[in-house]
Design a protein around this ligand. Structure first.
Ligand SMILES: Nc1ncnc2c1ncn2[C@@H]1O[C@H](COP(=O)(O)OP(=O)(O)OP(=O)(O)O)[C@@H](O)[C@H]1O
Length: 301
């Protein structure tokens, strides 16, 4: 998939125009796992919307296999921060829904759904309703629900941010194991730099809005990976320091804007990097709040 000089402008409620993305170039090869990080409000979700066809670029192009994206493509799968489940349907019916909507017979869809529930470790929970599962189990349902459609392209928007740290690491490992089975191209948006490095083949840093690519870092850590272990490797720490030094200025700028256009204080939150000494660092969270500063939101470009 490719974004070529993609620009996205939105109309604001006050009638102005807000440029969320400007001249953004991004290429993700078949089977490549790409993580996108950037400060809050820089346009990460908008980037996914352009690739998915949910939004059209105001200028520039979005391409899949060299063809322009003109609408929602059945080869693309999504996973969001919030669960996209039918709350009244059983886990089995939720996972079978995708193939059924795509024309599979009910019997076949149910059989494939049982198979995927086994792969994500949920055999025995087929008859539960989504609210009867833990957060981690619901994420596994979401993985099964998405991967059963065998997407060539998987777009993930902070899919694990609502999970506690331990559960998140387990589900991240499960994602990597499942991704190895079908190897879709992935674009994974996250605020968590450790998560980005642990999962991805490359990490793309976006600038503060209007978002564009600031830097791209290749993650040359070996696979298969165990996310709980890999962050203690010296190379992981080295990558973390390099990427954070690129991201840091953007985070500070975004922080200053949301604080009312004040210059970024030196005390802007700076997460501790992972250490090779065995002390896990807290997750790097640029910020998860929406950029709601009127000075930024209404800025006409
Ligand atoms: N439909 C819309 N109309 C107007 N502005 C929008 C719209 N969607 C997004 N924006 C603005 O575009 C900018 C980028 O939004 P986007 O959600 O892509 O950022 P993000 O990097 O994903 O943010 P976060 O990290 O906080 O999730 C924000 O300033 C947002 O307010």
């Amino acid at each position: 998939m490719e974004l070529r000089a993609a620009t996205k402008r939105f109309r604001t409620p006050s009638g102005g125009v807000y440029t969320a993305l400007r001249d953004l170039d991004l290429t993700v090869a078949p089977g490549e796992f790409c993580a996108v990080v950037g400060p809050t409000g820089c346009g990460k979700s908008t980037t996914l919307s352009l690739i998915s066809g949910l939004e059209r670029a105001s200028a520039g192009r979005a391409l899949v296999h060299g063809e322009p994206v003109t609408g929602i493509d059945p080869r693309v799968g999504f996973m969001f921060q919030t669960d996209a489940v039918f709350p009244w349907k059983s886990v089995l019916d939720n996972v079978a829904a995708g193939p059924q909507f795509r024309g599979a017979a009910k019997k076949e869809a149910l059989s494939r759904a049982r198979d995927w529930l086994r792969r994500v470790g949920l055999s025995g929970f087929e008859d539960r309703l989504p609210h009867q599962l833990s957060g981690g189990m619901r994420k596994r349902v979401a993985l099964a629900q998405t991967l059963i459609n065998e997407p060539e392209i998987l777009l993930m928007d902070e899919p694990f941010s609502a999970l506690d740290v331990q559960t998140r690491q387990i589900v991240q490992d499960e994602l990597l194991a499942l991704w190895e089975l079908t190897r879709p191209a992935v674009v994974f948006v996250t605020h968590d730099l450790e998560e980005a490095i642990a999962l991805a083949d490359k990490v793309v840093v976006l600038t503060v809005g209007p978002g564009t690519v600031k830097d791209t870092f290749r993650v040359d850590l070996p696979r298969p990976r165990k996310v709980q272990e890999i962050r203690f490797q010296p190379r992981f720490v080295e990558l973390y320091e390099q990427i954070w030094s690129s991201l840091r200025d953007e985070v500070r700028l975004a922080y200053a804007r949301t604080a009312g256009d004040a210059p970024a204080p030196e005390s802007a939150p700076v997460p501790a990097p992972a250490t090779a000494s065995g002390t896990p660092s807290p997750s790097t969270s640029a910020s998860s709040s929406r950029n709601s500063s009127p000075t930024t939101a209404d800025r006409a470009e």
